[in-house]
Ligand binder design. Structure first.
Ligand code: SF4
Ligand code: ZN
Length: 740
């Protein structure tokens, strides 16, 4: 490595380690050795320290060990003019820097100084475990190809926005930290009105360089959580990241010693740095997959203006890290990419809306003969957006006709449900609901940039052909805004929706002889396999039986394979010989039995992305169910994240099982143990979300008041509080057969 960089990095490491030591000594005196040190909502302690060394920091006194380790990794600062033959000392200094930075952030949390708040803006601080898991699936299925740590500030606000938009439209998760001459890119983005937060794939860690360590903590946890690496196995953590985690740093503005030292820490993980200033290039590959440090002075980048230069800069980052982007090229006047999926169009920015309360908007996909569909034809019947007043609520019908040799009627709802995901990728476009409860809101800026109704058709057509080209050959879209016409068409659509409901309701486990598997999660939970039957969704909630069947038709070698039921072994527990055989063969021979209707005997395996997890409460003769959005304590003595660390790595744990939330509404829901009547406690948000449907399911089993009898976090967070509540409400579980 360049002598200059090596000596800077080592000097920076000395500085930050000294800073950590001083802070540690002061805090030890001020707060005592037992003061708690913890990042919020994580089971990985201080994650870089924990995953690389196996050491669990829980209180101030626990910081002594990593501090000593950091000091032991520091070589003397070499002379800038001496040749340094190898990277080792700089890399060690990098590791020492990360330990010191994490110690400093840990102490800041202990002192109540994190997450940072500045000028009324609250930074995010570290990413919590729940969000990490949610993003985990997107990393695995390729929707989110990598992440970028942007450090410092851009030359001006306009360039800052352009860089971030480019990264977002390439599906990158973007982290922000550090400043350049006292300005952070977060300031620049906020001044330009850019929405920051988990929903838009942007995470402002903090305003200083030290907070960059949160990004490495995220990468470390990914290796443990998705890669199954044991904490303490630092070699495997670093290798996992080098090969599986497509991250890089984009360093904007001049680089000081601390930035070099932090960068050396990141290079340990295989994450290269691309700098927009003149710095020595470190090109030989080895630790990173390609180059280590690439200098790309902003003003020297070829391009007709700064916007084009910003685009090229981001393009270069993607190449250096070897990231493959598979984002559909959609020809519309606004940006398009997964980063815009969670965007919300607020009242002040609303140009026009369709549907929602008191409105009328629906979408319908129909299968047609190939002669009836003219591919690429997009028609608008009625006036376009610009003719309506700002903020108007207008009726809209979106009718999509598709044809394809392998298309089947059963795929219609599967494809139709994708519209939500497709259209939300457009910048300034918000889509909610489905069928005749669709609600669309469009941002003023999008319309100013030229967004028209036909662009909705353009998005749907391009995405259908890209993602479902195996079953869809031709797509034609017709949109209507004339109230009379929409009204007439919505009635016809409702007849079709109803026919579909009847068809799906008739789809029972007994009515089919094939179930489907899903092995998508095996990349991070190697022994995990989902078997999905018509009456049970996958535990992540994202795949039902029809989806899997469609997916198999589309990609026969894909993650969803048919599972022949075979001989019935136990009808009550839902055990079939064919399912057992399949589970055995596809779980690395870790599981030899799989029941579909029982949680006590050979339940399905659980992976990190389950929507809910249930666990037996023997004292109450029943089960409690926690949803992943519930951060609170539960009567099992564990919160959701701790339950996940017990059961979530793809294990089969009798008495404990992850499941999708809609499984609760199924007739087959733990029917071997007595079904819904066994549920004694449930997260409040789950009760609310399932609302009417849950009431109906309770009524169907002859227990219309069951929801009131089921406790939640507002009445009980311990078994001691739970039992009297169940007694008082006369919960049916109390008089059922013993559960164990
Ligand atoms: Fe993972 Fe199962 Fe969901 Fe597939 S269905 S993505 S294996 S949780
Ligand atoms: Zn999973």
């Amino acid at each position: 490595m360049s002598r200059y960089i090596t000596s800077s990095a080592i000097r920076g490491a000395h500085g930050v380690v000294e800073q950590a030591e001083k802070l540690y000594k002061e805090t030890l005196k001020a707060l005592g050795p037992d003061k708690e040190v913890a990042f919020p909502n994580t089971t990985y302690y201080l994650p870089v320290i924990y995953t690389l060394t196996g050491h669990k920091v829980q209180k101030i006194a626990d910081l002594a060990k990593p501090l000593e380790l950091a000091k032991s990794l520091l070589a003397p600062v070499p002379d800038e003019h001496l040749w340094v033959p190898y990277l080792g000392e700089a890399l060690d200094a990098g590791a020492a820097t990360l330990f010191a930075e994490e110690i400093i952030e840990g102490i800041r949390f202990a002192k109540g100084e994190q997450p940072e708040a500045k000028n009324g803006f609250k930074f995010n601080g570290p990413i919590d475990d729940v969000q990490m898991r949610a993003w985990g699936i997107q990393m695995v299925d390729g929707r989110m190809p990598g992440f970028a740590a942007v450090i410092g500030a851009a030359k001006n606000n306009e360039i800052a926005v352009k860089i971030v938009r480019e990264l977002q439209s390439k599906g990158q998760l973007v982290f922000f930290s550090g400043t350049t001459n006292g300005i952070s890119i977060v300031d620049q983005l906020l001044e330009s009105g850019v929405d920051l937060g988990y929903d838009t794939f942007t995470v402002p860690f903090g305003s200083d360089t030290i907070s960059t360590v949160y990004g490495l903590g995220y990468a470390s946890r990914a290796a443990v959580s998705f890669g199954g690496v044991t904490p303490g196995d630092f070699r495997k953590i670093l290798l996992y990241n080098k090969f599986r985690c497509f991250a890089f740093a984009l360093v904007l503005g001049p680089i000081d010693d601390l930035k070099w030292a932090t960068g050396a820490g990141a290079i340990n993980y295989g994450f290269p740095a691309i700098c927009d200033t003149v710095v020595p290039n470190v090109l030989p590959t080895g630790i990173t997959k390609y180059e280590h440090v690439v200098s790309m002075p902003f003003d020297d980048i070829p391009g007709k203006d700064d916007m084009e230069r910003a685009e090229r800069l981001v393009q270069r980052c993607i190449e250096v890290r070897g990231i493959k982007i598979k984002v559909a090229k959609v020809k519309i006047p606004v940006a398009f990419g997964p980063a815009f999926e969670g965007e919300v169009v607020r009242r002040d920015n609303l140009r026009i809306e369709f549907g929602g309360k008191g409105g009328m908007c629906f979408e319908l996909l129909r299968m047609k003969d190939k002669d009836e569909v003219e591919d690429g034809k997009i028609t608008l019947v009625g006036p376009d957006i610009k003719t309506f007043d700002v903020g108007a609520k207008v009726p809209l019908a979106i009718i999509v006709d598709v044809a394809g040799r392998k298309m089947q009627e059963d795929f219609e709802p599967v494809l139709e449900r994708q519209f939500h995901h497709f259209t939300n990728n457009a910048e300034g476009f918000q889509h909610q609901g489905q069928r005749d409860i669709t609600w669309i809101r469009i941002h003023k800026n999008a319309v100013d940039k030229g967004f028209k109704l036909s662009d909705i058709g353009e998005i749907i057509r391009t995405c259908l052909v890209n993602d479902f080209g195996a079953i869809v050959d031709k797509v034609q879209v017709t949109l209507y805004t004339e109230p009379e016409k929409v009204k007439e068409l919505i009635e016809k659509a409702r007849v079709i929706y109803n026919e579909r409901n009847v068809r799906i309701a008739g789809l029972t486990d007994d009515a089919v002889d094939t179930f489907y598997s899903c092995s998508l999660c095996q990349s991070f939970a190697p022994n995990h396999i989902c078997v999905i039957n018509p009456e049970r969704v996958g535990l992540c909630g994202a795949y039902n039986w029809l989806d899997c069947r469609a997916s198999f038709e589309i990609k026969p070698s894909g993650p969803n394979q048919p599972v022949a039921k075979g001989q019935i072994v136990d009808a009550e527990k839902g055990e079939w010989a064919g399912v057992n055989k399949f589970a055995y063969e596809h779980s690395n021979m870790a599981i030899d039995r799989f029941t579909l209707y029982s949680v006590m005997d050979a339940p399905m395996t659980t992976c990190g992305c389950c929507e809910c997890i249930m666990v037996v409460i023997p004292e109450a003769n029943g089960f409690m169910i926690v949803s992943r959005d519930d951060y609170g304590m539960t009567p099992s003595g564990m919160a959701f994240t701790s339950m996940m660390s017990t059961a979530g790595g793809g294990q089969q744990t009798p008495g404990m099982m992850g499941h999708g939330k809609y499984f609760l509404l199924s007739k087959r829901f733990i029917s071997a143990e007595g079904g819904l009547k066994r549920v004694v406690w449930m997260s409040k948000n789950l009760k609310e979300e399932l609302g009417e449907e849950l009431k109906e399911a309770c009524a169907n089993i002859g227990e219309p008041d069951l929801i009131d009898k089921i406790a939640d976090g507002t009445v009980a967070t311990t078994v001691e509080e739970l039992l009297p509540y169940l007694e008082e409400k006369k919960h049916p579980a109390l008089t059922m057969d013993p559960v164990m």
